[in-house]
Write a protein that binds this ligand. Structure first.
Ligand SMILES: C[S@@+](CC[C@H](N)C(=O)[O-])C[C@H]1O[C@@H](n2cnc3c(N)ncnc32)[C@H](O)[C@@H]1O
Length: 276
């Protein structure tokens, strides 16, 4: 599927520069994270995991890793350049990632999967209660009975203390062929606007990209704003429950040994199982 769905507000400039995003967020140990997802499915779900869906996949780090391990793998994202990048990387690696350009609150898979995930707090782009409700309906339909859905979201302490709203700045560099990108990211580039009743906040992101090829050096700056939702753990439980997904456990990181109350906890990682 290549047609683009209508796009709810989001960091479109930021995410449509898929190469720059890939460099900026390339710091994670994707194989270790995928191992956690598979272990969570073994611990809490039933049946074997042979198929995988990465929602709000970005460049599909985890979908690619799942395909390399022999799983049937699907990456879904609102941004066509992200999905193109996920597909292209998989093809270079000799595996297949099926790409879907779609809204995670309005999608349908051709066949259900055993394991779905939504990582790096991307569920916060569902800013309305209606969108969250529709999202969980779509996920429930996309999973087989006994299948597992893992959501990695912000830790509630980050909202209570407002630590989440501190600026975060970092630089990453990566070379692909004869092209080197240096990407400086400033997330929460200025104090966010908090909308108390909507449980949302509007943030500015700024990215400075230095793109070096044999033809020379090109620089670009991407600035955009997006509204995200502070989603609290019990809201996830309520929406999931309404669609036949039972909470198995909350973890505090993508790590089976870190409980959500643990001093090392820094994320809300909710593991849901489709009960019927
Ligand atoms: C922070 S990035 C995370 C990407 C990926 N999950 C990762 O771990 O790197 C958020 C992604 O969510 C996507 N996104 C935002 N709203 C979406 C929606 N309603 N449906 C599908 N994807 C969405 C963006 O295009 C972007 O690629």
């Amino acid at each position: 599927m290549t047609s683009s769905p209508p796009r709810p507000p989001g960091h479109h400039a930021y995410y449509d520069d898929a190469h720059a995003y890939d460099v900026a967020f390339g710091y994670r140990d994707v194989d270790v994270e995928l191992e956690f997802l598979l272990a969570a499915a073994r611990r809490h779900g039933t049946g074997a995991t042979t198929s995988f869906l990465e929602l709000a996949s970005g460049p599909g780090y985890h979908a690619g890793a799942a395909a390399r391990r022999g799983l049937r793998s699907v990456a879904l994202d609102l941004s066509a350049p992200m999905i193109e990048r996920a597909r292209a990387r998989a093809a270079r690696e000799g595996v297949i990632v099926e790409g879907l350009v779609a809204n995670m609150a309005d999608f349908r898979l051709s066949q259900p999967v055993d394991l779905a995930c939504n990582l790096l707090t991307s569920i916060s782009y569902l800013t309305s209660t209606k969108a969250l409700h529709e999202h969980f309906a779509c996920v429930a339909r996309a999973l087989r009975p006994g299948g597992v859905y893992v959501v990695e979201n912000n830790h509630p302490d980050d909202f209570w203390t407002r630590a989440h709203f501190e600026p975060s700045r970092w630089t990453m560099t990566a070379t692909e062929g004869d092209r080197t990108l240096e990407v400086f990211t400033s997330w929460i580039d200025e104090p966010p606007v908090i909308h108390l009743v909507a449980q949302t906040y509007t943030v500015k992101a700024r990215t400075e990209v230095t793109d070096t090829t044999p033809a020379g050096v090109a620089r670009r700056t991407l600035i955009d704003h997006a509204t995200l939702r502070m989603i609290w753990p019990q809201e996830l439980v309520a929406h999931a429950h309404a669609h036949g997904l039972a909470l198995a456990r909350f973890y505090g990181a993508l790590d089976l040994d870190v409980a959500i109350e643990d001093a090392r906890a820094w994320r809300t990682v909710a593991v849901f199982v489709k009960t019927s």
